[in-house]
Ligand binder design. Structure first.
Ligand code: SF4
Length: 413
């Protein structure tokens, strides 16, 4: 179902994302579409019922036919509680029947009941936001759980038989090489088959962004980020996990296929406030039949990117797809190919012969060769078994590599 194999004519999307925009408290670094919400807030119930109604509607349009992966993310889906999360997951499992269905979880709201409900309803994977196994660092990040809670809840998730991943964060306040090593080793000792690692980004509008508005903290320096990511690579690969994407490592057969879908040109539908979709033209036209406010695509459009702009309260008040407002961006064939090349560079497998052939058909002669030649000459990418793959330098200078590929979308100067 990848861009290499061109799944363009499929009636339904390859992947489904549902956004649950509730958190118990806002973390100090977080600029995601999520808001601190008291446990008893009735909005949680009405919003999750609205998502279920939207699932019914898009399934009725045929947009979930052939869907292979689904991800209930956030926010904190586990904050919905066992009944609501179970009901939402059951609806996804029944209507989309994905072979991989992931729920995002935070340790503090991942109770046994929630875990059991998600599993019984059809979840196959759990992605747990651990971030650190150091109590001081967790407090600096504004996380609600401590290390003991994270360890205990991840162990329970692994014991439940779900495929479990943990997210970890580096270059954070108070972190040292030693504490990062201890977090990595501690996470591995919990028996998870998948680990994602991210350097903390200080974003405007967050608590950390406010605190560090006037200076760049040494703990988040680019060199620190690079060295912690390298440290993670050594530890995780040393324990048998294999890096398959810039931020993710997995044991054999335990890669997150939903994650891979995002980087390999698979179409996806996102429901819920702030959720993004990437649709082919046929899928977009199906959706627009139900949502008249969606604009007519230009004749050059081959791909559409949409983001739900409706607020969570508006979604809850009127769940009809017709009531949603979206921002839209139409991409031509050439822009779609350039985007596929750029996204593929996040994967260790890089760009294969199928996508290269498609790019040669679309990008003017010589431009592709020049961009590839520059990527290789500058050490950002290399040839390996007929594929153009990112190098270590390419991982670290990702924006330069992605920029080279994306520039292929623009007309010659
Ligand atoms: S739990 Fe996740 S989504 Fe919620 S505030 Fe923290 S980082 Fe953001």
């Amino acid at each position: 179902m990848s861009a290499e194999g061109q799944r363009g004519a499929a009636p339904g999307v390859g992947a489904l994302y549902l956004h649950v925009p509730f958190c118990a408290r806002k973390c100090a670094y977080c600029d995601f579409a999520s808001w601190a919400t008291p446990t008893g807030d009735p909005l949680m119930g009405s919003y999750s019922r609205a998502l279920e109604a939207q699932l019914d509607e898009v399934a009725g349009m045929g947009l979930l036919e052939g869907c292979e992966t689904a991800y209930v993310g956030g926010g904190t889906p586990t904050l919905l509680g066992a009944d609501r999360l179970g009901s939402l997951v059951e609806r996804v499992a029944r209507l989309a029947a994905p072979s991989e269905l992931t729920c995002e979880a935070n340790p503090d709201s991942l109770t046994d009941d929630v875990l059991d409900a998600a599993r019984a309803a059809g979840a196959t994977r759990l992605s747990v936001g651990v971030q650190s196994l150091d109590d001081g660092e967790l407090a600096e990040l504004g996380r609600l759980h401590d290390a003991a809670c994270a360890r205990e809840r991840v162990r329970a998730a692994v014991a439940s038989g779900l495929d479990v991943s943990v997210d970890l964060m580096c270059a954070t306040p108070g972190q040292t090489d030693a504490s990062w090593a201890s977090t990595l080793a501690g996470a591995l000792s919990l028996g998870v088959g998948h680990v994602s690692v991210y350097p903390l980004q200080i974003e405007e509008g967050t608590a950390l962004g406010e605190l560090w508005r006037h200076e760049d903290p040494a703990w988040n320096d680019g060199d620190v980020q690079a060295s912690r990511m390298k440290q993670a690579q050594a530890v995780l690969e040393g324990s048998g996990l294999v890096r398959y994407e810039v931020a993710s490592y997995a044991a054999a057969g335990r890669q997150c296929r939903h994650n891979i879908a995002y980087w390999t040109g698979v179409t996806y539908l996102g429901l819920g406030t702030g959720a993004s979709s990437m649709l082919n033209l046929k899928q977009y036209l199906r959706l627009s039949q139900a949502c008249p406010s969606l604009p007519e695509p230009p004749s050059s459009a081959a791909r559409v990117r949409l983001t739900v702009e409706t607020t969570r309260a508006e979604v809850a008040a009127d769940p009809r797809i017709a009531a949603l407002s979206f921002s839209t961006e139409f991409l031509s064939h050439r822009e779609a190919v350039a985007e596929d090349l750029m996204l593929a560079m996040r994967m260790t497998s890089g760009v294969g012969p199928g996508l290269l052939a498609r790019a040669r058909e679309t990008v003017p002669a010589g431009r592709l060769e020049a961009a590839v030649g520059e990527a290789v000459a500058t050490g950002l990418a290399a040839w390996s078994g007929g594929r153009l793959v990112p190098t270590e330098c390419g991982w670290l200078l990702g924006n330069e590599l992605y920029g080279l590929m994306w520039d292929l979308a623009a007309d010659d100067a």
